[in-house]
Design a protein around this ligand. Structure first.
Ligand SMILES: Cc1ncc(COP(=O)(O)O)c(C=O)c1O
Length: 424
């Protein structure tokens, strides 16, 4: 199914009875995504580009040269969700075309996206949205900043200290970075969660659940804190869905399209907010910061419509890959004692499938066990595997985080490099 300004392309084709099939196919060429073809299946050439982006350990103008697995580098640093690339190559019908006449002028909030967000949560069963506001922003990064701004403004009076923002260690490295960038009298990062919130010293605790980097499920531990639940990974491909989250006035839930469909570059995230005053203040921040972008909202709406119509096919695809990755990781890491993986949470009933499932987190949080690998990140880098060091997450240097969201073929290369490392 393809949508053009909310109209399915199939119905448009049916609305062209007078056009010959040749004319029709010129207007609506059969949709095949050939981005992989010029790159030997080992990379992708993006629309309008002239060069191939080759998968790790492949090179050459058409990605046909296989590099030596012992010396080539695999980048597992970022968390850019290419996991879904194969799925979307197989589903070009979900593309979006936008007429140039479409919504000139400054952008505004698109209610059809809000409806699609509410519908996907209802279908998956991971969040209650009834009686709650949806605040849409340019990625969950902006929604989180809007929440920091709104919550710390709400607790503002002249004698109040800057609101402390904290998260248990290891924490997603973007939270302290945001607080440092703003260097604001409104909010500041706290390196500890050993805090107690009160009217003069307000606290925001961020619970990343499942957590980046270690996949653990988190709950509020700071008494009296305002809670921001970052649920970027609360989708069935990363964790069993035990219940729909349902927060009151003292908490906000934040989700992102990035880890649901892979379209991180489309920059769409959203907050589910019960308190109307907070929702309004978050919206004020977003309008003042960037305003609303029509194209990314339209793309997100179409992708969510596709996911809804696919009845979980996208999520099942991603889940199958994540489960395979964890099986392979456990096998590889168990081959020696050089590395250990984080313990995964208990298997539990996943309400989405009605089956008992184990978590399959987006990141491997590795510990280097040998004294020669005290700087785990540097040791693995020397073995051709680029991760993100434990220190970025408030942990020590014996930890290293590897992302597991790459294309399937890149994951297999990473697994081969890891096997060399553990046997080294
Ligand atoms: C826990 C967590 N929250 C938020 C984000 C940011 O997501 P977005 O792409 O929506 O800005 C990420 C990205 O990796 C993340 O891991």
């Amino acid at each position: 199914m393809t949508w053009i300004l909310g109209v399915r392309i199939t119905s448009l084709q049916h609305a062209l009875p007078s056009a010959s099939s040749a004319q029709a196919s010129q207007l609506f060429p059969s949709l095949i995504d050939e981005s992989r073809t010029p790159c030997s299946g080992n990379g992708i050439r993006y629309q309008g580009d002239l060069t191939c982006f080759c998968h790790a350990c492949w090179s050459g103008p058409d990605c046909s040269v296989q590099e030596d697995i012992k010396t080539c580098m695999v980048n597992a640093e970022s968390g850019s969700p290419f996991l879904f690339e194969d799925y979307w190559v197989a589903h070009p019908e979900a593309e979006v075309r936008i007429k140039p006449s479409y919504q000139e002028g400054y952008g505004w909030y698109q209610p059809q996206l809000e409806r699609a967000i509410r519908a996907i949560h209802a279908q998956v069963g991971n969040a209650v949205t009834d009686d709650r506001h949806i605040v849409i922003g340019m990625g969950s990064q902006q929604v989180l900043t809007a929440a920091f701004f709104a919550v710390s403004n709400a607790s503002r009076s002249p004698e109040v200290d800057p609101t402390k923002i904290c998260a248990e260690t290891p924490y997603y490295n973007s939270y302290p970075r945001t607080a440092a960038w703003f260097s604001s009298s409104l909010f500041e990062w706290s390196n500890t969660t050993d805090l107690e919130a009160n009217a003069a010293s307000p606290v925001i605790q961020v619970m990343t659940s499942p957590n980046n980097p270690d996949g653990s499920m988190r709950n509020k531990t700071v008494p009296g804190a305002f809670g921001i639940y970052d649920h970027a990974y609360y989708w069935p491909h990363f964790t069993p869905i035990s219940a729909a989250v349902e927060y009151g006035d003292e908490d906000i839930a934040v989700f992102t399209l990035s880890k649901l469909t892979g379209h991180a570059g489309s920059r769409i995230g959203w907050g589910i907010v019960k308190d109307p005053k907070l929702a309004e203040m978050m919206q004020t921040y977003i309008v003042g910061d960037s305003g609303y972008v029509q194209e990314n909202q339209l793309r997100a709406t179409h992708l969510l419509h596709h996911a809804l119509a696919d009845q979980g096919g996208l999520l099942a695809y991603a889940r199958e890959h994540m489960e395979h990755r964890w099986k392979v990781l456990h096998e590889v890491v168990s081959k020696s004692s050089r590395l250990s993986l984080q313990a995964l949470g208990q298997a539990q009933l996943d309400k989405w499938t009605g089956t008992v499932r184990s978590p399959s987190p987006a990141y491997a949080w590795l510990h280097c066990n040998e004294s020669k690998d005290q700087d785990c990140h540097a040791a693995m880098m020397a073995g051709g595997i680029i991760g993100r060091p434990g220190s970025a997450f408030g942990a020590d240097s014996s930890f290293n985080r590897l992302e597991l969201l790459m294309q399937p073929a890149v994951f297999e290369t990473l697994a081969a490099k890891l096997e060399l490392f553990v046997n080294g």
